[in-house]
Design a binder for this molecule. Structure first.
Ligand SMILES: Cc1ncc(COP(=O)(O)O)c(C=O)c1O
Length: 400
């Protein structure tokens, strides 16, 4: 594994691990066990910036949010950023902005946090599930092609960069071009991940991020749409602010129906500090993953596969084994937090019983749901924490 970053730079939604979400890193855990599955690192700088916002008094949408949008878009290598209240609203706004109409079908992954498909439904569309690639857990381009030969109502693709690993964007974007489909990337778990040297967010029409506390960077709750398309940025910015005319004077001209999906200035202030630290956080995650790759290589489990064109940022370090539940139990006994992302694929969720292709057979997603287990890989891990995790996993397999 190589890290091309040179400057010092959970899930899935809800943290099902046993860890706490202790806050500021100047009073951190100090390497003591238990080892949580997630541990957001906030700094004294974030506290100072939030205090400054409280003193300033402009708590809602304002200059701090505009500055965060610009800085996050620059980080991603895109022209525009539109801040939102969370990752789900970012996806919803992006889908509206690329022109999803009621009843349109969008192909997505069944092996994701439910928000990926919920956003399609909330925007009036119908999620159609294609199976995942069993090695990378991301949307399988071959299955996408199979679906496109059967249906003519598909208008877009919503690939998910699961666990911090980008989907096969070069194959998916080729398919999108051939079939004239939009591509909205669900990058909610993949801040700073790369495809062919470019950060995610630059491949599709728009990409959406979440800043939930378990993610590689956080604002508490928050989200962002990034895009190179001015029209998409304008429509998303309007949609998250009750359809207000973005070209206007800031008055009450509402040119379309919209929501209040705005980010607060407090969230943006935290986000700006977290963004400065994201390269360092991602480097720590990648270093932790490299140690696990090496130390777990001889065990009867599969460590993450990273295709050569992609840079993984390890939102999760997910292993797979048919002994998953027993391994999770051993780690719980050893006070090591783990997470199963996701035990029930979206097509089998009760809320999806009536949704198109919900009953479909999606064997790779089904198998992954039975076998995956995420280990703590976050930037708050000490070398001692890593050792605790490695020894617990090794003991599980070697003392059986
Ligand atoms: C893949 C994926 N998509 C969408 C979301 C939704 O983000 P949020 O929880 O910020 O609404 C999440 C977050 O948990 C996610 O992991």
């Amino acid at each position: 594994m190589t890290d091309t970053e040179t400057n010092p730079e959970t899930d899935g939604g809800i943290d099902t691990g046993t860890g706490t979400e202790s806050g500021y890193d100047d009073d951190s855990r100090g390497g003591a066990t238990p080892v949580p599955i997630a541990d957001p690192q906030l700094s004294a700088d974030a506290r100072e910036r939030v205090t400054a916002i409280l003193e300033d008094g402009r708590l809602a949408d304002g200059p701090e949010v505009r500055a965060f949008e610009e800085e996050f878009a620059t980080y991603c290598g895109t022209e525009k950023g539109v801040a939102t209240s969370n990752g789900t609203t970012a996806l919803h706004a992006a889908l509206e902005a690329v022109g999803l109409d009621d009843g349109d079908a969008v192909i997505t992954s069944p092996f994701s946090f439910v928000a990926s498909a919920n956003a399609i439904r909330l925007a009036g569309g119908t999620p159609v599930f294609a199976d995942i690639d069993p090695e990378t857990y991301t949307l399988d381009p071959a299955d996408v092609r199979r679906i496109l030969t059967d249906r003519d109502d598909v208008v877009g693709l919503l690939p998910v960069h699961l666990y911090g690993l980008p989907a096969d964007m070069s194959a998916l974007c080729t398919i999108a071009d051939e079939h004239d489909l939009f591509v909205v990337e669900d990058a909610c778990q993949a801040h700073g991940a790369k495809v062919d040297g470019d950060r995610v967010g630059t491949c599709g029409d728009a990409a959406c991020f979440s800043f939930y506390p378990t993610k590689n960077m956080t604002t508490g709750e928050g989200g962002m749409v990034v895009t190179d398309r001015d029209d998409v940025a304008d429509r998303a910015a309007s949609f998250v602010n009750h359809g207000r005319d973005v070209s206007g004077t800031g008055g009450y001209d509402h040119v379309a129906l919209g929501h209040n999906f705005r980010m607060t200035s407090i969230a943006a202030a935290i986000g700006r500090v977290q963004l400065e630290r994201l390269p360092q956080f991602n480097r720590a995650r990648r270093e932790n993953a490299a140690v696990y790759d090496e130390e777990l290589a001889d065990l009867p489990l599969e460590t993450p596969t990273v295709p050569t064109d992609r840079r993984h940022v390890y939102h999760q370090y997910t292993v797979r084994t048919d002994d998953r539940d027993a391994l999770a139990a051993t780690l719980a006994e050893r006070d090591v937090g783990t997470g199963i992302y996701y035990e029930t694929p979206i097509h089998r969720q009760p809320a999806y019983e009536t949704v198109s292709t919900a009953a479909a057979q999606l064997p790779a997603a089904e198998r992954a749901a039975d076998e995956v287990l995420s280990l703590p890989v976050h930037q708050g891990l000490s070398a001692g924490d890593r050792r605790t995790v490695i020894e617990a996993v090794r003991d599980h397999f070697t003392t059986q």
